[in-house]
Write a protein that binds this ligand. Structure first.
Ligand SMILES: Nc1ncnc2c1ncn2[C@@H]1O[C@H](COP(=O)(O)OP(=O)(O)O)[C@@H](O)[C@H]1O
Ligand SMILES: [Mg+2]
Length: 339
């Protein structure tokens, strides 16, 4: 089947402030938020985008929704190439693709009542007024909010869990086909997280949504997504079915991530090589592997050549010089060539 989301050679840099030396030398330093990223998502598929803070997840999500423009590369969603959208085609895209924000308190204007917050996307999309009440009723039912009293309330009068349902309702009211959920429950109490995630999963199934869940939390990604993309300093380093990635991580960074969190039903005997100390800094990515400074298995080649993300088995890709691509080896013999 044709991919619903197709991303090719996607990069985004942001200018960063210069120190005096850089000003004098005429340098314009940038941060590489996203670096030559390629992936596809099948229609109806849910993919998790996993990585620690600052690795470029939110920027990727914003690029996918055309909230920022790429520095390089292209994105196609459904039959639309994002770079070419304007006017009516852009408005169509804005209906079909929605963001579910991290913080419900940021996503909703505190000074306007919930009912108006829900109507806003309808107004912006030019949906006739006589349809608003019915659309609102349907979407509230979908997110399991009963009664309409709540429409009169303001965000501060509601609990985090209720607010997150409203944020979800707002994202779904235009009946999108694609959603980007950025750390969707990270601001919620643990006690209400599962409820919201279950609801999102159910809705996705019943509405046939294609979705990308962005999170730093491996357990969350495991819960919602059958496939996981692992990101490090702007690059995709691993891509595969979530359970395979968890049980047999291939990239040294993924191995370290998984060794760091206890997960039910996962044996962590797989020699978790210690990470070299250091923090990822998106201003200091050289031409080599983005992980080279912390990789316990780094080789000379890793300093000078960035490993491409290549298929190493059915449905699995990894960007690591330890994992040669071709010929495709049988599953079960996926251990790195040198470890
Ligand atoms: N608007 C911006 N201007 C400058 N730098 C930015 C901007 N947005 C993100 N960045 C930088 O890009 C990198 C990736 O950020 P982000 O996509 O927010 O990562 P994540 O969501 O994984 O935490 C970070 O180094 C961040 O500081
Ligand atoms: Mg983020």
């Amino acid at each position: 089947m044709d991919a619903y989301v197709h991303v090719s050679g996607l990069s985004k840099t942001f200018p960063v402030s210069r120190d005096i030396g850089q000003v004098l030398r005429g340098e314009r330093p940038v941060v590489h938020a996203v670096r030559s990223v390629d992936f596809s998502i099948a229609p109806g598929e849910t993919v998790g985008l996993l990585g620690e803070s600052g690795c470029g997840k939110t920027t990727t999500g914003r690029l996918l929704l055309k909230l920022v423009e790429p520095t390089e590369g292209s994105i196609r969603i459904g039959d639309k190439v994002l770079a070419g959208l304007s006017g009516e085609s852009l408005r169509g895209f804005r209906r079909d693709a929605q963001f579910v924000f991290q913080n419900p308190f940021d996503a909703l204007n505190p000074r306007i009542a919930i009912g108006r917050s829900l109507a806003e996307p309808l107004i912006n999309a030019g949906i006739p007024r006589e349809e608003h009440a019915e659309r609102t009723r349907v979407v509230l039912e979908r997110v399991r909010i009963r009664g309409t009293e709540l429409l009169e309330r303001y965000p501060h009068e509601m609990s985090g869990g209720q607010l997150q349902r409203v944020v979800l309702a707002r994202a779904l009211i235009l009946e999108p086909r694609f959603i980007v959920a950025d750390e969707p429950v990270s601001m919620l109490d643990v006690s209400v997280r599962a409820g919201i995630l279950n609801l999102m999963r159910e809705l996705q199934d019943s509405l046939g949504l294609t979705a990308i869940y962005i999170s730093h939390d491996l357990a969350l990604v495991r819960y919602v997504a059958r496939r996981t993309l692992v990101m490090y300093l702007g690059s995709l380093v691993e891509d595969g079915p979530t359970e395979d990635v968890i049980h047999e991580p291939l990239h040294p960074y993924t191995k370290a991530l998984i060794a760091a969190v206890p997960l039910p039903r996962v044996t962590q005997t797989r020699d978790p090589l210690p990470l070299r100390p250091g923090t990822p800094d998106a201003r200091k990515v050289g031409k080599g592997c983005p992980f080279v400074n912390r990789c316990p298995a780094a080789m000379a080649v890793c300093e000078i050549e960035r490993p491409p993300l290549v298929a190493v088995a059915a449905g699995r890709r990894v960007a690591c010089h330890l994992m040669p691509a071709a010929p495709l080896r049988a599953a079960g013999s996926l251990a790195p060539a040198a470890s």
